[in-house]
Design a protein around this ligand. Structure first.
Ligand code: ADP
Ligand code: MG
Length: 242
């Protein structure tokens, strides 16, 4: 028996990487009158390379869940570990730093600056990520644009691009902080089906080639079908379907 087999027998070899994200009975309530329980003891775990779609009707808690996962909001109770780190008790400054280094955000409405070039918009991703790593920013932005197949559009302004191209610019910007987790809120909500396909192909490709973990909130069947896991949210409660 080899040394590694012996270790396996005794169970002392542990998979080194912690889950990318781990929500443990997270509740988020708002002290309105009457109070609203937007998330009710939610537990969710995702490993590196997971692709999770979160689907639910309006008012079910999707944005609240996104905000908690994105370290933009704190649970009222329960725990949230991101990259193995307990975030619930972290100071705000530390949460901001972790958010910048671990998470990329993609929104329905792109949020690109219309009067700046595609390249400038992507370079700004590093400012948002607060990595403080300005050296070589331009080179990394060009590489990110190549990554999303927009190397030929760097000097364009966002209004000169199709919706799908704009979303790919936003994804390139999200990649600038080298995140492990990509949080997407209705990323194809403003796109026609052809552009939706292109964006979904890109997400697939990023997951497969970079091991990115992807969480996508969506109403669209077309989008949730592409994810490896589908989680329904209703009244702040999660159910994972097969
Ligand atoms: P979704 O994104 O699925 O539409 P939300 O997460 O935005 O749902 O909202 C879930 C519930 O929490 C809703 O009932 C909403 O009214 C309530 N809610 C969200 N944010 C707040 C807030 N800041 N104050 C009070 N209630 C809120
Ligand atoms: Mg919402």
């Amino acid at each position: 028996m080899s040394e590694i087999e012996a270790l396996l027998e005794t169970g002392q070899v542990q998979d080194g990487a912690p889950p990318v994200l781990e929500l443990d009975r997270v509740t988020r309530s708002f002290p309105t009158s009457p109070p609203v329980v937007a998330l009710n003891e939610v537990s969710l775990r995702a490993e590196q390379g997971d692709y999770v779609a979160i689907v639910g009707p309006s008012g079910s808690g999707k944005s609240t869940l996104m905000n908690v996962l994105g370290l933009l909001d704190r649970p009222t109770s329960g725990e949230y570990r991101l990259m193995g780190r307990q975030t619930t008790t972290m100071r705000e400054r530390e949460r901001t730093r972790l958010r910048g280094s671990a998470i990329g955000f993609v929104f329905q409405s792109f949020h690109l600056l219309p009067h700046r070039s595609v390249l400038d918009n992507v370079m700004l991703g590093e400012t948002y990520a607060r990595t403080g790593d300005r050296k070589g920013r331009r080179v990394r932005a060009l590489a990110a644009l190549e990554r999303v197949s927009l190397g030929h559009r760097v000097e364009f302004a966002p209004p000169q691009l199709s919706g799908g191209e704009r979303q790919r610019v936003a994804i390139a910007r999200a990649l600038m902080g080298s995140p492990g987790l990509l949080l997407c809120d209705e990323p194809t909500g403003n796109l026609d089906s052809r552009n939706t396909e292109a964006v979904l192909d890109l997400l697939d490709d990023l997951r497969a080639t970079q091991g990115l973990t992807i969480v996508v909130i969506t109403h669209e069947h077309e989008v949730s079908e592409r994810a490896a896991r589908r989680v329904r949210i209703a009244d702040g409660t999660l159910t994972e379907s097969a």
